[in-house]
Design a protein around this ligand. Structure first.
Ligand code: PGD
Length: 753
């Protein structure tokens, strides 16, 4: 019998059949994600952790994480070892020495949410050093709090139906990629982004795509494609502001009544501050877009209802704060913020739920308790922290000190996929006394742990599925029994808590079923759908009422800025932030500015690394999840991750489609399969994230599979946000003549018995 399930990429039903797992998309989803074909691979025993394992060298007090074999142990032994390590570290070094940042997407489901489970457990045992912000929005989250006072532009931008009806010109920096619109953290019952865009196009809306990849906007939208040098969007935006103001096409009144610091910003734009006018001619030199095209674009934007959109990818680069701030400034200069279909949006197309009005009430949520430890790091600074205990660093106006971490505990994420410069991360992971990981799969992170606990997947347990930007609460029903000896994260933590004498504190006497019922009934106290838990579970699904999808970002602020001030120091949008300026950061001054990133200090096309690598999120899987699944596996060439390169760059290097190439940067190297395509800008190579890291033949390449984080640089966006900068790297590509070494990703590193 098919059972209802949910994933970050959509609802489906699944059943165990003689031919494997049968997966059927939800019939009410108008545009189901191709990623559903990856789901049966969740039960592929070749790559599943089927029992608790311990690194051999750790037991023997030697060896190097990432290059060791594992021995199977009993649950009792594994629990004893893990509880012992936790207890020793907290007694000797204090709870601050436990890093439980444990960043990552894990699986959908409100109760078996690995991050909530690990944080609850670590709080019960006395706390841990946590992480703040995300790899997705590392630069944006701190910046937006200064510039507009909150992260509302991410969580509550103008709703899609309003754009579909009103926007006349979409100017899309980084595009609105269909691939990312497949996914929503927590789940998505109806994929609707493509339909809204189609509707706008049918009404005659104009689309301009600004970015290095032509397919970041659907072909059916007939977009004009501008492809500046990667990482130079800020210069283009500043030039657009300059033209609009110089020609008097700007919204003088809006800038006066709704914005703070226009004078400072104009001093910079006009060149009064530094002797350089940020004119279209100036920008042309930097970004390679013709000055006349910039003027034409500015004119169209000023004469149409214009939505300036910025994908999250733009801020995932060195000085990533600047394109976002400059984009907001551009929308302020146009003065359409708060009008239906006008203004700016951050993240349309970065996730399906952006542009959907969030539910006005809380969802069922596992309480995480209170963390008595105050220490934290910005999430992408993990390797710095592990390598440099006691070192000082800047973050958001504070001088902070890295803690001395002795134990790393990870559940529901894959840092050996998501972090930059994986060689450096491997070195960092060799510092602590113990590394404990839960994962269903033998990921590279599991292969860098001392104790690996086998976690179940959603298919093997019951849960509640829903997301704030969706309209369905679903009963996620167990499809198959747990594989091997796998247990849910909850059960693993319950066993550890019991060993540490804290069982009642962690479980509160409930098992899975009792927790689901408890979370549901608690939730019913603030929103009652009229069904008790048993009825809901029987029913399988609840349609959640939300507010109409007619939200316009900042409409009330526009109507009355004094009566509805933004939570910024001025109450207005800060084009100049006194606060940021007071931090004195050269890499993030008090107004949006063009700062030359290290990637552009050598002119593009020259030097040892003439090309740009764009390491974007993949179309064929979610991050690194189910990389061995059908949709992802079908995209590989000779088992390697495909890498797109422009015909001119391929010809200059003698590369043909299907060749194996070595992608090299100052940091490391990766093998990948060549795909020649004119959908990438000349001078750009695109290699998506998520191919499982395979460092098994270091004499050939840092990663022989094609994980771009083998070559990215581990540096923060700026002293302000310290966000992830994995999106852009300077590289060279050479043909790899020898047959590529066989991949080891599907061969667990288990010692022969
Ligand atoms: P996932 O592959 O989703 O990646 O990084 P993230 O670590 O979130 O990892 C989820 C892990 O959870 C998988 O190993 C999966 O097997 C495991 N898992 C699934 N279900 C369960 C469960 O129930 N229990 C447990 N214990 N584990 C489970 C994503 C991150 O990568 C993000 S969000 C972004 S936006 C970044 N993007 C880029 C980028 O654009 N460019 C580069 N170069 N690098 C990036 N890294 C970042």
């Amino acid at each position: 019998m098919h059972r209802q399930q949910s994933s970050h990429w959509g609802l489906f039903t699944a059943a165990s059949t003689p031919d494997g797992l049968g997966v059927i998309a939800d019939p009410d989803d108008p545009d189901p994600a191709p990623l559903l074909r990856n789901v049966p691979a969740a039960l592929d025993e070749r790559v599943r952790v089927l029992a608790p394992h311990v690194r051999k060298g750790w037991l023997e007090g030697r060896g190097v994480r990432g290059r060791d074999e594992y021995v199977q142990v009993s649950w009792a032994e594994a629990v004893e070892l893990a509880a012992g390590a936790l207890d020793r570290v907290r007694r000797v070094h204090g709870n601050e020495a436990i890093y439980g940042g444990s960043y990552g997407w894990g699986s959908a489901g409100r109760f078996h949410h690995a991050q909530s489970q690990i944080h609850r457990f670590l709080n019960v045992i006395g706390g841990y050093t946590r992480s703040v912000n995300s790899y997705s929005l590392g630069a944006a989250t701190p910046l937006l709090r200064h510039v507009v006072g909150s992260v509302d532009p991410i969580g509550r931008p103008t709703a899609w139906p309003v754009l579909a009806e009103h926007t006349e010109h979409f100017v899309c920096f980084g595009g609105i990629p269909a691939k990312n619109s497949q996914v929503n953290s927590g789940g998505i019952s109806k994929h609707s982004v493509a339909g809204h865009l189609r509707q706008a196009r049918a009404r005659g809306a104009r689309f301009t795509l600004v970015g290095p990849l032509r397919d970041d906007l659907a072909a059916e939208l007939d977009a004009e494609w501008l492809a500046p040098v990667p990482g130079t969007d800020t210069a283009l935006m500043l030039a657009l502001c300059h033209v609009l103001i110089e020609r008097g096409w700007h919204a003088e009144e809006f800038l006066r009544t709704h914005c703070e610091g226009f004078e400072e910003f104009w001093k910079y734009l006009s060149g009064a501050a530094d002797g350089t006018a940020k004119s279209p001619q100036w920008a042309e030199e930097i970004c390679g877009i013709d000055a006349a095209v910039i003027v034409g674009l500015a004119e169209s934007m000023a004469t149409r209802r214009t939505m300036v959109t910025l994908s999250w990818s733009l801020q995932r680069a060195r000085h990533g704060e600047q394109p976002l701030w400059a984009g907001i400034a551009l929308a302020c200069v146009l003065g359409q913020i708060g009008l239906p279909g006008g203004g700016f949006g951050h993240g349309y197309g970065s996730m399906a739920g952006i542009g959907v009005r969030p539910l006005p009430y809380r969802l069922p949520t596992l309480p995480q308790g209170v963390n008595p430890v105050r220490q934290f790091i910005p999430v992408a600074r993990i390797a710095d922290m592990l390598l440099n205990p006691g070192q000082e660093y800047e973050y958001n106006g504070e001088r902070r000190t890295y803690p001395d971490i002795r134990l790393v505990y990870w559940a529901g994420g894959n840092p050996f996929h998501h972090h930059q410069d994986l060689t450096r991360l491997a070195e960092a992971f060799n510092r602590p006394e113990a590394v404990i990981v839960h994962d269903p799969f033998w990921t590279a992170t599991a292969r860098h742990a001392d104790i690996v606990f086998p976690a179940t997947t959603t298919l093997e347990r019951n849960d509640l599925g829903c997301a704030r930007e969706d309209r369905a609460l679903v009963a996620m029903r167990q499809v198959v029994p747990p594989l091997g000896e796998a247990r849910s994260d909850f059960e693993i933590f319950a066993a550890l808590a019991e060993k540490l004498g804290l069982a009642q504190e962690f479980t509160e006497g409930r098992d899975e079923r009792a927790w689901l019922e408890h979370l549901y009934e608690q939730w019913r106290q603030n929103f009652d759908p009229g069904l008790d838990f048993a009825q809901f579970w029987e029913n399988g699904r609840l349609d959640l009422p939300g507010e109409p999808d007619d939200q316009v970002l900042y409409d009330r602020f526009r109507a009355d800025p004094a009566g509805n001030p933004l939570p910024t120091p001025s109450g207005r949008i800060e084009l100049f932030s006194q606060r940021i300026d007071s931090f004195g950061y050269a890499d993030c001054p008090g107004h949006p500015a063009w700062l030359v990133p290290e990637e552009l200090q050598v002119p593009p096309g020259s030097g040892e690394f003439p090309l740009f690598l764009v390491a974007n999120n993949p179309a064929t899987r979610l991050h690194s999840q189910l990389d061995h699944g059908a949709t992802s596996a079908d995209s590989k060439v000779h088992d390697r991750e495909p890498m797109r390169i422009h015909p001119a760059d391929a010809a200059a290097r003698g590369l043909s489609t299907g060749d194996i190439a070595r992608v090299v940067s100052a940091t490391g190297s990766a093998l990948a399969a060549v795909v020649i395509s004119d959908a990438v800008r000349p001078g750009v190579v695109q290699l998506s994230t998520g191919a499982w890291f395979d460092p098994s033949a270091p004499e050939v390449a840092t990663c022989i599979h094609g994980n771009p984080n083998a070559v990215t640089r581990d540096i923060g966006t700026s002293s302000l946000a310290q966000g992830c900068t994995g999106q852009l790297t300077r590289i060279e590509v050479r043909r790899h003549e020898d047959p590529p070494p066989p991949l080891r990703t599907l061969t667990p590193p288990i010692a022969p018995r």
